[in-house]
Design a protein around this ligand. Structure first.
Ligand code: IMP
Ligand code: MG
Length: 198
């Protein structure tokens, strides 16, 4: 059966079999849905299994980089079948106003001691890799037992990422993506799928 179609560029909730435009999108046009809710759940489950098997018996601290990782992290930790602790980082770039300078300041520093623990830094998406490289330098100076990156999405365009991500959800297209924690001007983080905006 042919899918009913609406005005060009409008995203319709065809996934739940309705022609009502998604009211969460503020009327914005969507190019395409890149990862459905079901694809995200399946991949996050697989990552959880992978992470569970990757760590020995020492302490594991899962550190979420806010705000973008908040939905991914909350789903991910529930798929990890071993003891762990959760904390967050809030980082802010400063310097040049239009281009990320790579200078990073911590607005919220984890309260948990990092020394001697396995640290898994959870990021929503790796783009240029600048933020992550600076953060990894800061965290490494605190003598963790190990320090690894888990990124839901990786655009593989990073020229400045000195630390490769050990766990990657998807190799993402080089488009601007929203949903599942990813925002555009603070909107669309709560959309349960990931879409590319026009
Ligand atoms: P990087 O320092 O250039 O790697 O920037 C990574 C950060 O930029 C991510 O944590 C996101 O907050 C944001 N970002 C990069 N690409 C996208 C995107 O496609 N959609 C939404 N946010 C993005
Ligand atoms: Mg953002």
């Amino acid at each position: 059966m042919r899918q009913p179609r609406g005005p060009a560029g409008r995203c319709y909730l065809s996934l739940v079999n309705t022609t009502v435009p998604d009211p969460r999108l503020l009327g914005r046009a969507v190019r395409r849905i890149v990862y459905t809710k079901e694809q995200l759940a399946q991949r996050v489950h697989e990552l959880g299994v992978e992470i569970t098997g990757a760590y020995p018996d020492d302490e594991l601290l899962v550190l979420g980089l806010l705000k973008g990782s908040f939905i991914f992290l909350s789903d991910l930790v529930r798929e990890i079948g071993r003891p762990l602790q959760v904390d967050f980082l809030v980082a802010s770039s400063y310097g040049d106003s239009t281009v990320s300078s790579g200078n990073v300041r911590l607005l919220y520093d984890p309260e948990t001691e990092l020394e001697g623990k396995h640290i898994l830094l959870v990021e929503d998406i790796v783009d240029t890799g600048r933020t992550l490289s600076r953060l990894m330098d800061l965290l490494r100076a605190r003598n963790p037992h190990s320090l690894e990156i888990c990124a839901l999405l990786h655009k593989h365009v990073a020229t400045e990422l000195r630390y490769p991500a050990r766990f990657i959800g998807f190799d993402a297209p080089n488009e601007f993506l929203v949903g599942y924690g990813l925002d555009h001007a603070e909107n669309f983080r709560h959309i349960p799928y990931i879409a590319s905006l026009q």
